[in-house]
Design a protein around this ligand. Structure first.
Ligand code: CP
Ligand code: NVA
Length: 319
């Protein structure tokens, strides 16, 4: 089994996960395949010591429930130790540089899971460490979340290729990450946001070019009804992300017609599923009837964070 987990992807050993843009479709598919295998064989003993003797730091600048717990459990279940670093109680909180912190951590631990306000923070850490850096959310990307979403979609539809995924709401880190993973896996991704809240034009341009090679497509619109029409997957996220709390009243008003409710879900395919990375605000970006309804897969989606992270940690860190 150990061979089965590690032999397939020697190219991923020691790699960082800052953005999935840097990963090939085949590498992403292999990670998902291993995650699926681990989930189906959760009681096998062979993976329990795969990362025995390894230590991984969790450095978080922003709050977290799912990411923090699922990384800690994934590491523990592979035999590794987690070192918790709350940003504000480290010397970073008192002005020590990221570069020096990165150099020092490289001497103690085997990897760093980092949740940061700015994407550049993760890039700097990666540049100055000699160990893998795992992006646990920045303002630009949430790679492990969309890996979990891709696993959930695969479980429902047998794969991601040619799936129509429609994301409604803010053009935030989740919107960008759906564009990236959708382009990698040949999905038809539609992002619907109010005017002025769309995703970054550079990411859209990149996703269009990548999709042209994988059979996917990218649609950007400000029409939520057109966006969800015929969708296999309807996804949303909070209207106001962490660290983005200015201008919230006006934004929430503009976002109202992007709320995922029964009326919008009825325009998607009858077997469509609903995804939300959580935390959710019922009555704001989604109604209780949708998130707590039969089409919602949010609890599987949340669970799948554990499996994709366990798979990635095994591929990247195992000897
Ligand atoms: N979805 C997600 O990343 O949740 P947390 O902020 O609770 O980690
Ligand atoms: N877009 C949200 C995701 C939370 C997991 C945020 O950045 O706050």
């Amino acid at each position: 089994m150990v061979e089965r987990v590690t032999a397939d992807l020697p190219a991923l050993k020691g790699r960082s996960v800052v953005s999935l843009m840097e990963w090939t479709p085949e590498e992403i598919r292999q990670l998902l395949k291993t995650a699926q295998w681990m989930k189906a064989n959760r009681n096998v003993v062979e993976t329990r010591n795969l990362l025995s003797g390894k230590h991984v730091a969790l450095l978080f600048e922003l709050p977290s429930t799912r990411t923090r717990v699922s990384f800690q459990v994934a590491l523990g279940s592979l035999g590794a130790e987690m070192v918790w670093m709350d940003w504000g109680s480290t010397q970073l909180g008192r002005g020590e540089s990221l570069e020096d912190t990165a150099r020092v951590l490289s001497r103690y631990v085997d990897g760093i899971v980092v949740r940061a306000k700015k994407h550049e923070t993760v890039q700097v850490l990666r540049r100055f460490t000699t160990i893998p850096v795992f992006n646990a959310l920045t303002d630009r990307a949430h790679p492990f979340q969309v890996l979990a979403d891709a696993l959930t979609i695969s479980e429902e539809f047998g794969g991601c290729s040619e799936i129509k995924l429609s994301y409604l709401g803010d053009g935030n880190n989740m919107a960008h990450s759906y564009l990236v993973i959708g382009a990698k896996l040949g999905m038809h991704v539609t992002i619907a946001t109010p005017k002025g809240y769309g995703p970054s034009p550079e990411v859209v341009k990149w996703a269009r070019a990548e999709s042209a090679m994988t059979g996917g497509s990218v649609t950007i619109t400000d029409d939520p009804e057109q966006a969800v029409f015929g969708a296999d997957v309807v996804a949303t996220d909070v209207f106001v992300s962490m660290g983005d709390e200015g201008d919230t009243d006006n934004k929430r008003i503009l976002m109202q017609k992007f709320q995922v409710n029964d009326k919008l879900m009825a325009l998607a395919k009858s077997q469509a599923i609903f995804l939300h990375c959580l935390p959710a605000h019922r009555g704001e970006e989604v109604t209780g009837s949708v998130i707590d309804g039969l089409q919602s897969k949010v609890w599987d989606q949340a669970e799948n964070r554990l499996w994709v992270q366990k798979s990635t940690l095994a591929h990247v860190l195992a000897d």
